[in-house]
Design a protein around this ligand. Structure first.
Ligand code: GDP
Length: 423
């Protein structure tokens, strides 16, 4: 038996979906534990591209049960759209999907509030995906949210929906945003709710019974460590705990069951939306990495900001989450460069620091201290083992491991599942 947690060790979009998909055949259960359909995981198998937002990444393995855990916020309409999209790609998921009775539900009024709040922030916008995730977590904490269990009680569900949608209209009016037609919104929602009700279970029991039965369980994080509501670059963060703590509270699996924590990091760094980003490259090199790496959001299509690998941020992420091994993705994107750089420390107000300042305003002021290494002229793309990588690429990965304090156990050199190998 083993429980493995897989998290993004940077600002999200590290290629977690692909890595989970590679590891999923070994897993009997893949569970999501936080976030909602603001996440976008791209999985490519045999040339077929599948973008997952809410459904865990165990989709291609017929024996894998996929669980939407209690820490997730689930949009019923969004989930039904995703199920249908997969069906159109000949992937049947309903018989292998369970939804937590405790997960909170995202509705159209949350999306309307998300957009209105973001507009009201003006220049201080957080850069949310406007999927209603923040307002749904706010309802959860305010103890007025709807949960998976409500899907199984249609009359109760409708009454709560109408009350909350009405309350949302009061807030929307105060922000000068367009009001919602409650009847129309409920009409557009109820079919999805009815359809998903049979999938609702107590997933805490499902997961803990699976542990008792000696099954392999993979807990799949969305976004990344530096978008965590507590530890990320607040307020430019997501509304949930993206790290290993979120995996515990978002599934109901006790910490002692977790044997492996895999941190996925790109060979460089990206970030979407606002917020401090010490190693950002606002120059031709940044543009080059964006182009070669196809760094555009899989949920929103927004261009991602790009920069060099930040070992200060990633080593902190290793410490914070007890990361036992690293996966480095997108090595191929750096193929052919004369030199590659790694940020090994920051300078903050003239002082050298080797940790991430907790205050986003301090982090915005730091200057990265770089170590330069020779790039690799021969491509990593095509390599199928560590030994097949160019020497400079091997040196780079060894240095990343040394600086971050965790071994690099898996390397990815292309988007396809086959372009991945263990070290
Ligand atoms: P996630 O949210 O962490 O799963 O990441 P995304 O799916 O948003 O972004 C990762 C993108 O990089 C996807 O388009 C993947 O197909 C692609 N990708 C993953 N690994 C590699 C790699 O090693 N090289 C290249 N070139 N692309 C990769």
């Amino acid at each position: 038996m083993s429980v493995t947690v897989l998290i993004g060790a940077q600002w999200g979009d590290e290629g977690k979906g692909k890595i989970i998909d590679v590891l999923a055949p070994e897993a009997d259960v893949v569970a999501r534990y936080q976030g909602g359909n603001n996440a976008g995981h791209t999985v490519i198998v045999e040339g077929k591209k599948v973008v997952l937002h809410l459904i865990p990444s165990g989709v291609h393995s017929q024996k894998t049960l996929n669980v939407i855990g209690n820490g997730v916020v689930m949009n019923p309409v969004g989930l039904c759209t995703e199920i249908d999209k997969l069906a159109s790609q000949d992937i049947e998921i309903i018989s292998r999907l369970e939804i937590s009775s405790r997960c909170h539900l995202v509705f159209s009024y949350h999306q309307a509030l998300d957009a209105a709040f973001e507009a009201a922030r003006g220049a201080d916008a957080v850069g949310t995906t406007k999927k209603g995730i923040g307002p749904t977590y706010a309802d959860k904490v305010a103890r007025c949210g709807l949960r998976g269990a409500d899907l199984c009680h249609p009359a109760r569900l409708e009454a709560k929906f109408r009350t909350n949608c009405g309350k949302a209209n009061t807030v929307l009016a105060s922000l000068g945003a367009p009001l919602l037609d409650v009847d129309a919104e409920w009409g557009a929602t109820k079919t999805a709710c009815t359809r998903l009700a049979p999938l609702v279970t107590d997933t805490v029991l499902t997961l803990n019974r699976a542990i008792k039965a000696g099954k392999n369980i993979m807990l799949e994080g969305a976004q990344g460590v530096w978008l965590d509501i507590d530890y990320g670059t607040y307020p430019y963060v997501t509304s949930s705990n993206t790290g290993v703590g979120g995996a515990v509270t978002g599934t109901g699996i006790a910490p002692q069951h977790i044997k492996t924590v895999i941190g996925v990091a790109k060979a460089y760094t990206t970030r979407v939306g606002g917020g401090p980003f010490p190693t950002e490259l606002c120059c031709d090199m940044g543009e080059k990495i964006r182009k070669i790496g196809n760094e555009f959001g899989s949920t929103t299509g927004r261009p991602r900001r790009t920069g060099w690998f930040d070992a200060v941020a990633t080593s902190y992420a290793v410490m914070l989450n007890g990361i036992t091994e690293l996966v480095v993705t997108k090595m191929d994107v750096l193929d052919g460069l004369d030199e590659v750089k790694i940020c090994t420390a920051y300078e903050l107000d003239g002082n050298r620091v080797d940790y991430m300042p907790a205050d986003a305003e301090d982090l915005a002021r730091v200057k990265p201290v770089y170590e330069s290494m020779p790039g690799w002229k021969n491509p990593t793309k095509g390599a199928r083992s560590f030994g097949e990588l160019p020497l400079e690429a091997r040196n780079y990965l060894n240095r990343v491991a040394e600086l971050c304090g965790a071994p690099v156990k898996t390397v990815s050199v292309g988007p396809d599942r086959a372009e991945t190998f263990r070290v």
